[in-house]
Design a protein around this ligand. Sequence first.
Ligand code: SF4
Length: 355
Amino acid sequence: ISEDLKNELAQELYASTPGLTIPKVKEQMFYKVGLADAVDLFRARRVFIKDGFAYVPLKEIDAIVLNNYRTKLSKALALTARSLPSIQSDERLQPLLSHLSHSYVGPDYSVQKNTGKISLEQIDALSVKSFPLCMRQLHKALRDNHHLRHGGRMQYGLFLKGIGLTLEQALEFWKKEFIRGKVDADKFDKGYAYSIRHSYGKEGKRTDYTPYSCMKIIMSNPPSQGDYHGCPFRHSDPELLKQKLQSYKIPPSGITQILELVKGMHYQLACQKYFELTHDVDDIGFSLNHPNQYFTESQRLLSGGREVKRELNNSGNSQQKSSSQESMNLNSVPASSNTTTDAELEGLEAYFTED
Ligand code: SF4
């Protein structure tokens, strides 16, 4: 509403909107919305009503958005429920439907503009500054043990490809590390090198393999003893996760917040919190779905290419974020999912089976 109208209604807005003083009314933006869209606020007596309109302060606008979303969602669900029997009887659509809830539809990160722009010498520093926890953990394990088992090699190898390592760099990187351990150069060239070329689409079916999304890492192939792949927020014991975060100098209050999110099974939100704490920002301003997205955003932020919102008062954040994540209750999805990517990787996995 205009400043004039707001001044005219200042007394009523102040009297009907809890938590506002007259000066705060003057500072706040107010929206005039149809009463039907503000039923929840009206019911809780949180807004001023006049002539069939609610005058909603900016801080309450998420309630309107939620309400709208809920209405649209329930209409769409009702429509889907009605159409489902006829769709399910079509064999061509069945596989699509069964994978829909856990498919990743964001960028695939297999082709990067920055291919070849990262040097191998940079990786140690990048792993601390810009890798998500899953990849930082894999990198450290590789440096410590000079080896990664096949699940780790696949997850980390494809991530490195996604951040811009060329095939030649990847071969050099893995070889240098492996021959410091129990694998000799000959064994590396005969076995592991083939699998790396394969992941770059240079062998076998010549498929250019795609780096794993968070959903895939979280949902499939959980790590067992001696493995370092997976998502630490999903697969680590909370006590070990806590120790790891402490060793990475995450402040105690941040660790508590992360562990709360993990407890609520909001693994990607826990990772976003880790991003915020390690990059000293209050709100990362994107929704995390992919480790390579984490890397790209981190690099963009550190190089000053992206403005990140720094909020003095971010009290509304946690509630907002929890709501947005509610739809992704991972408990309700089976632990192992056969996505299209799984099928694509079948060939590749065969080359990685050697531990
Ligand atoms: Fe990696 Fe995604 Fe887990 Fe973060 S949420 S640690 S990026 S798998």
